[in-house]
Write a protein that binds this ligand. Structure first.
Ligand code: C2E
Ligand code: CA
Ligand code: CA
Ligand code: CA
Length: 275
């Protein structure tokens, strides 16, 4: 069946108008949500697997939608990136986490990990803001770390920005390690403080898969580079022990704790695994 060209053109126009309209309404909803401060933070402990002490937390953003309830970042972060709203959200997350953590008593040197996109780090106006916030965190004994995902990490501009941040004492964590294509030379050129082993590698522990030898290689690479490793997505004792035996002491995952509101996290007590 062949459709006349004019019909096809009309169809494309109707569909794209529809998509544009839907996009525009999504844009306004997200912008409204920022203005109305509908985003909330949960925190997931990063635990020393030897002592079960909580060494820090990662802040994870949620959208408390007035009708749809709690929405998770996979649903709205990509849209906010597309619409150019992500830097505004990042400002909000930095500010809100400072308020949250200021409200509780924390041990000196406690870590806060924030997920920060490269677009944010590359904007010079944000450097000033970040440095100011870093000083405010430091005044409360909190070490600020930026979690930058490996997939977005690589261009030169971003690396220069990260080095600038590092020089003032902000820590850099390479997130989702192993899922992107970082070359060894880039890892040698770019100084990072932490390397976060992606959940997909942790998942492979206990049932051999193609990811198991890659996991072992990543651990060896981390040791070679002399960076501290953090494992994400640790869900059971077998995974926890496997990692610990290989020197991955800092661990994060449901085995220790799901992300929770700041007031619900046991900061001072040793952590009993939940499962
Ligand atoms: P991520 O940085 O890799 O964060 C880890 C995700 O794994 C979180 O999902 C966390 O809740 C989940 N998780 C932790 N432990 C376990 C476990 O043991 N088992 C399982 N199945 N899952 C676990 P979440 O909170 O839905 O966040 C998803 C992604 O959204 C994050 O991935 C991060 O890339 C992004 N994100 C979260 N908060 C922010 C933010 O404030 N700003 C930006 N730019 N991105 C954010
Ligand atoms: Ca992260
Ligand atoms: Ca991660
Ligand atoms: Ca991940």
């Amino acid at each position: 069946v062949s459709i006349p060209v004019s019909m096809a053109v009309l169809l494309v126009m109707v569909v794209s108008r529809f998509l544009l309209k839907r996009n525009r309404s999504m844009f306004f909803q997200l912008k409204q949500a920022l203005i109305r401060r509908e985003f909330v933070l949960q925190y997931q402990p990063q635990v020393d697997a030897n002592t079960l002490e909580v060494k820090g937390v990662e802040a994870l953003v949620r959208w408390q939608h007035p009708e749809k309830g709690m929405l998770y970042p996979d649903v709205f972060i990509p849209l906010m990136e597309e619409f150019g709203l992500i830097n505004g959200l990042t400002d909000y997350v930095i500010d809100a986490s400072l308020k949250d953590l200021s409200a509780i008593q924390l041990p000196e040197g406690f870590h806060l990990g924030l997920n920060v996109p490269p677009s944010y780090i590359k904007a010079p106006a944000r450097w000033v803001y970040l440095r100011q916030k870093h000083r405010e965190f430091a005044a409360k004994g909190i070490r600020l770390g930026l979690e930058v995902t490996e997939r977005q990490f690589l261009d030169k501009e971003a690396r220069i920005a990260l080095e600038t941040m590092r020089q003032v004492g902000i820590e850099i964590l390479l997130d989702d390690f192993g899922t992107g294509q970082t070359s060894l030379s880039v890892l040698q050129e770019t100084k990072i403080d932490f390397l976060k082993i992606d959940k997909c590698f942790v998942d492979s522990i206990g049932h051999e898969s193609v990811n198991t030898p890659v996991l072992n290689a990543i651990i060896n690479l981390g040791k070679l580079l002399g960076v501290t490793m953090v494992a994400e997505g640790v869900e059971n004792e077998i995974q926890a022990n496997y990692l610990l035996e290989r020197g991955v002491v800092l661990q994060q995952g449901y085995y220790y704790s799901k992300p929770k509101e700041i007031g619900d996290i046991d900061i001072r007590l040793s952590h009993k695994p939940e499962l």
